[in-house]
Ligand binder design. Structure first.
Ligand code: L14
Length: 344
């Protein structure tokens, strides 16, 4: 593809991630010829301003992709499964934000700081990993390269925006109702399509996505499988507990990592502060550490609370925070697109 400008489609243009993708395409001055905005029938007809031009959102269908070079999907796994093959048939490269193709052996699963070389191997679809996985592997990459990683134990504190705009409204509504009347009726979380709902306001819900037969949730298993695939190393052992908390933007993670080799804390700090896309915020004397409120709206991954395990000299604790809609979704996808066009 010896083009300098590209016809780009955003599928799920009115969703929480789609809106961020459009904002980033504008902010990054992505080399766009034509921008096509697609959605479900429900949101079709709404108007979005892009670089001063009004674009009407159209209903996505199998024939929406004629002439499209790059299609960014974030309208849920079912939409990706149904429409991405049609986009590929029309010659587009799909960057898919859903879980639909991540573990497909023919689909690269990419975090540009970690494995951008995989992009060139695509067969039409490049998968964007799960938000919690992206920020964790981006931060661990320099440590993986220098010391090796044998084991990761991670607990997440995930924002409601990962579950979409309706989950944000749900947290706001519930918070208000609990403060005003002392009670509320849950409607969406933990999983919209399941019958049992739990209150998220003033609560912590240890379920993100559906339960699997092994007792883990799908979100937890995504972190296990995707981490191995992105590092290209099945020997990395991962165990995860994923928890939803009443935060709107920004996932936080307590990450315990067991390195293969001995390390010095100073070198860990230096490697992390020099790594692309990583910002170290770590100073107990000034009570400085990454916070979701500070990470919100930023593309970087923030790392702090860096400290050695008291009994295992190869063990290391980290606190990793990033905006789940940006590095966790829209920014990682646009970054893949930028890397793709620079290689094209
Ligand atoms: O797998 O509800 O891309 O916060 C990540 C966020 C699934 C939903 C994914 C959430 C999504 C999840």
């Amino acid at each position: 593809m010896s083009k300098t400008k590209f016809n780009v489609a955003v599928v799920g243009a009115t969703g929480a991630v789609g809106e961020q993708i459009i904002g980033l395409l504008e902010k990054r001055d992505f080399p766009i010829d034509k921008l096509k905005l697609l959605s479900s029938a429900r949101s079709a007809g709404s108007v979005v301003t892009f670089k001063g031009q009004e674009i009407t959102v159209e209903e996505a269908g199998p024939d929406s992709f004629e002439g499209i070079d790059i299609a960014l999907f974030s309208a849920g796994g079912d939409v990706s499964k149904a429409l991405a093959p049609h986009a590929v048939r029309h010659g587009a490269v799909c960057i898919d934000n859903t879980n639909a193709f991540r573990m497909d052996p023919n689909t690269p699963l990419v975090v540009p700081e970690v494995n951008s070389e995989q992009i060139a191997k695509h067969q039409g679809i490049i998968a964007n990993p799960n938000c919690s996985t992206i920020q964790m592997v981006a931060a661990l990459k320099p440590l993986y390269d220098r010391f090796g990683i044998s084991r990761i134990i991670v607990s997440t504190y995930q924002a409601v925006s990962g579950a979409g705009s309706r989950a944000i409204e749900e947290l706001n509504r519930q918070s208000k109702e609990v403060l005003e009347s002392g009670s509320t009726t849950p409607d969406i979380l933990p999983v919209g399509s399941l019958p049992v709902k739990h209150q998220i306001a003033f609560n912590a819900i240890p379920q993100i996505d559906k339960f699997q037969d092994n007792g883990y949730t799908l979100e937890e298993m995504k972190m296990v499988r995707e981490t191995k695939k992105i590092f290209g190393d099945e020997s990395v052992e991962v165990t995860a507990t994923c928890v939803r908390i009443p935060v709107v933007y920004g996932h936080s993670e307590s990450v315990y990592v067991e390195l293969k080799n001995d390390y010095e804390l100073d070198e860990v700090r230096k490697l992390l502060s020099e790594a692309p896309g990583i910002v170290v915020v770590d100073d107990p004397t000034t009570q400085s550490y990454p916070l979701a409120t500070e990470a919100a709206g930023k593309n970087e991954v923030f790392v702090g609370r860096i400290r050695r395990d008291l009994t295992n000299s190869k063990g290391l604790n980290l606190w990793i925070v990033s905006d789940n809609l940006l590095k966790g979704a829209a920014w990682n996808a646009v970054q893949i697109a930028e890397t793709f066009v620079s290689q094209a």
